[in-house]
Design a protein around this ligand. Structure first.
Ligand code: ANZ
Length: 747
């Protein structure tokens, strides 16, 4: 290959093969190095391809992993597949292609796309949540929760399409209609499994204080949990929950939910109705403070699942109560709020302090096929029983007609119920035919990653202690559900002693979310808008290094950024310049300004990478490279530059390291450069010395000193090069630009 051209296709392929072959990204076994677990939110391998928006986070963690390996840390950087889920099942319903086949086709494509992007994953740690080796442990953990009283079954309403006879996920209900057949969706009460996440509500709030997460994510989690402190006030046979006991004086009516247990008849309100609706029950209760007779109304704006399902109406101060009171002509009385009422209500025995949470228990049953079977059997004598551990996994049957038929698809399997027995009495029992929400899989996958092939445990204690908790977690979205569910799981395992106490009860110490990448139409990049750019659109033409550098240079990691092909071309031109710099003969003498800039760049890139400031790290590299192109660079400096480039443009860096600079493979196992603190003192500046306007020399001085005219001119005259230019010449004028330049005008 001619040295002046850089064939990215050949070079990138060559090193990808070599990296695989030599296993340089393998996770170190036991080691006394500092550990660093760097994790991506693993993808759902959908039929549409991976696009550059997905890749943004993966490039970010790849840079971080490469950097910390070079820093001498032991890095675990795994990847896998959130492989169960509804889209594959819907695709199967449409096309007849089994989810097991389509999902694994998609996985192949996703993996190929990650590989051609130059990712340094350790594929020995790959996991697939739809494999029995993985879901055996998902089932085992379900049983653990059941035995702890944290999994229970109760009736709960689901979205139901009467025509398709199937349960619909919320996303499949469009304006109250089935997305497939447009039939009006109804609510149907089905027996469903729940996880008791509400028992952890307080710890899920307080734990947020201990972790380095984006503040907005913490706020969203806190709001989702929605802790409210208030009082339950007793009004005879009705108890109301209020966060404002100080307003008791203004309570003029009581409003209760349509399904409140004190009601003898059933009330129905049109659930579509956004307006406040109500009906008088004919009953009254007494306000203990004022003695007022308060009418009891059944209303559509009080929810039975929150608080006590009953409220005191304070129309003078509460907007909803006011709207209702105005509509139904109920009394509105003006009051002063009274903080001291809190004490009085307790003293008089009218009520007691109460705490409520908006968080609900987590409904995990799905009347769906492509998910992890719930490992429970129903015995008519012993009720719900967990399957014997020696009988796990309960295999997801492959002989299932997944078309909707009004029940969970697994119920139609001919093989699934075979040999199902009650573990208590050994008599025939009936297996649960529902599957688990896929969020259950992603609640613990990061634990399995540390020991993915373990046949005896979900992960060994030794590996758990070696790698967990996750040090750096990167991914977008999922700010509430996934992150809350995973924290819940971790806390359960922690309490069980399955997570060593020394590891703490939070699983993700640091979280960062990449900003959305917008398509050329300024909308969020998504298959839905047809504005998707994939790695396959970019890599063949420009190479993976260009894609990586461009994605990280677009702007700050965590903000929204528009995609631009001009930007891609710019990144490509930059890498072209880098290549040409390396293939020039290195300079023999050392240029002090280059050295200073080099050390400043080492410092800047080091600090920036550790703080996910990849864009400014690349900008610093660009400045350095421009200076080196102008001044020339010595071999030592070029070696350091190759190392600095390695995390960002791993193929190009390897090529120059091995093929141009003749170093031993691999730049990625070399050590990260350190800077000389003397050279990066920020108060140091370079002053250009010119003679008749032509640059002849440079001075490196303190920033303050560079402002001092007399001192600087004396120093400049002592500079060897300048001295020789001025010998036997008459200086007719001296121009001084503070902090920047001195020009000697001579005859
Ligand atoms: C009297 C009052 C006066 C209230 C006032 C508010 C303002 P959060 O913060 O969400 O907990 N409430 C209680 N239970 C309810 C239910 N099941 N469905 C609908 N609304 C309910 O809010 C609690 C407040 O929402 C309670 O305090 C109650 O109205 C209402 F100036 O009581 B309040």
């Amino acid at each position: 290959m001619s040295k002046s051209t850089y064939d990215h296709t050949k070079v990138e392929k060559k090193w990808q093969v070599e990296w695989q072959k030599t296993g340089i990204y393998k996770t170190p076994a036991g080691s006394n190095k500092k550990k660093n677990y760097i994790l991506d939110m693993f993808p759902y391998p959908s039929g549409s391809t991976m696009h550059v928006g997905h890749l943004e986070g993966y490039v970010g963690t790849d840079i971080l992993s490469r950097y910390y390996r070079m820093k001498g840390q032991a890095v675990l950087h795994p990847m896998g597949w959130d492989a169960f889920g509804l889209p594959a099942e819907n695709y199967a319903i449409k096309t007849g292609i089994h989810p097991n086949i389509s999902t694994h086709e998609n996985i192949k494509n996703f993996k190929r796309q990650l590989e051609i992007s130059g990712m340094s994953y350790d594929w020995d740690h790959e996991i697939d949540t739809s494999s029995p080796e993985f879901y055996k442990w998902t089932q085992r953990l379900f049983i653990l929760l059941f035995k702890k009283g944290l999994a229970y079954k109760k009736k709960s309403p689901v979205n139901w399409c009467p025509k398709d006879e199937t349960v619909l996920a919320n996303e499949q209900v469009i304006d109250g209609h089935c997305e497939r057949c447009d039939t009006s969706v109804i609510q149907k009460n089905l027996d469903q499994w729940f996880f008791k996440i509400t028992s952890y509500a307080d710890r899920l709030i307080s734990g947020l204080e201990k972790i380095d997460w984006p503040p907005e994510v913490k706020v969203q989690q806190t709001n989702w949990i929605g802790r409210s402190e208030g009082m339950n006030i007793n009004l005879g046979d009705i108890e109301v929950f209020t966060t404002r006991p100080d307003t008791l004086e203004g309570a003029t009516f009581v409003a209760i939910a349509a399904d409140h247990p004190s009601l003898e008849k059933k009330y129905e309100f049109n659930s579509d109705d956004k307006d406040k609706e109500g009906e008088f029950t004919g009953r009254y209760v007494i306000n203990p403070l004022t003695g007022r007779k308060m009418p009891v109304w059944v209303v559509n704006y009080v929810d039975m699942n929150y608080g006590t399902g009953a409220i005191m109406g304070v129309p003078y101060l509460d907007d909803r109560d006011r709207e209702f009171a105005e509509k139904y002509h109920l009394d509105i009385i003006k009051i002063q709020t009274n903080d001291s009422l809190w004490g009085k209500i307790e003293k008089e025995g009218w009520g007691r302090k109460a705490i409520n949470y908006h968080l609900r228990d987590w409904l995990i049953s799905r009347q769906r096929y492509w998910g992890c079977p719930i490992p429970m059997v129903y015995c008519k004598d012993h009720g719900w029983q967990p399957v014997n551990e020696s009988d796990l996994p309960v295999l997801l049957p492959m002989d299932v007609d997944f078309l909707p038929h009004g029940e969970s698809p697994i119920a139609r399997s001919k093989t699934f119920q075979k040999n199902a027995i009650c573990p208590e009495c050994g008599k025939a029992a009936r297996r649960e035919v529902d599957t688990m929400d896929t969020y259950v899989d992603s609640s613990w996958y990061f634990i399995r990653f540390v020991d993915p092939k373990n046949k005896n445990e979900f992960a060994s204690q030794e590996k758990i202690k070696q790698w967990l908790p996750v040090d750096n977690y990167v991914g977008g979205g999922h700010v509430v559900q996934h992150l809350l569910f995973a924290r819940f799981f971790w806390k359960v395992l922690f309490d069980e002693g399955l997570i060593d106490k020394s590891l703490g009860d939070e699983p993700f110490l640091k979280l960062r979310a990449p900003g959305w990448i917008l398509g050329s139409d300024s909308r969020k990049m998504s298959k839905r808008w047809g504005n998707v750019v994939t790695p396959d659109d970019i890599i063949p033409k420009f190479g993976a290094d260009t894609l990586r550098v461009y994605e990280m240079f677009m702007g700050p990691f965590d903000v929204m950024k528009p995609w631009s092909m001009t930007g891609v071309e710019g990144a490509n031109r930059f890498l072209g310049k880098v290549w040409r710099l390396f293939i020039q003969e290195p300079k023999n003498e050392i240029d002090q300004t280059v050295i200073v800039k080099l050390h400043q760049t080492i410092k800047k890139v080091t600090e920036d990478v550790e703080h996910f400031r990849y864009n400014t790290a690349i900008a610093a590299l660009m400045e350095l490279i421009n200076l080196m192109r102008e001044k020339g660079a010595d071999r030592e400096s070029l070696l350091i530059l190759a190392k600095l480039l390695a995390p960002f443009a791993p193929h190009l860096a390897e090529e120059v390291w091995v093929e141009v600079l003749g170093q031993e493979f691999s730049v990625h196992t070399s050590s990260w450069p350190t800077f000389d603190p003397e050279l990066v003192r920020e108060d140091e500046v370079v002053v250009v010395l010119t003679v008749n306007g032509k640059p002849r020399s440079l001075l490196l001085v303190g920033a303050a000193q560079a402002q001092n005219q007399a001192e600087m001119i004396t120093l400049a005259k002592k500079d060897d090069k300048i001295a020789s230019w001025l010998t036997n010449k008459k200086v007719v004028n001296t121009i001084f630009v503070p902090g920047k330049l001195i020009n000697f005008v001579i005859d």
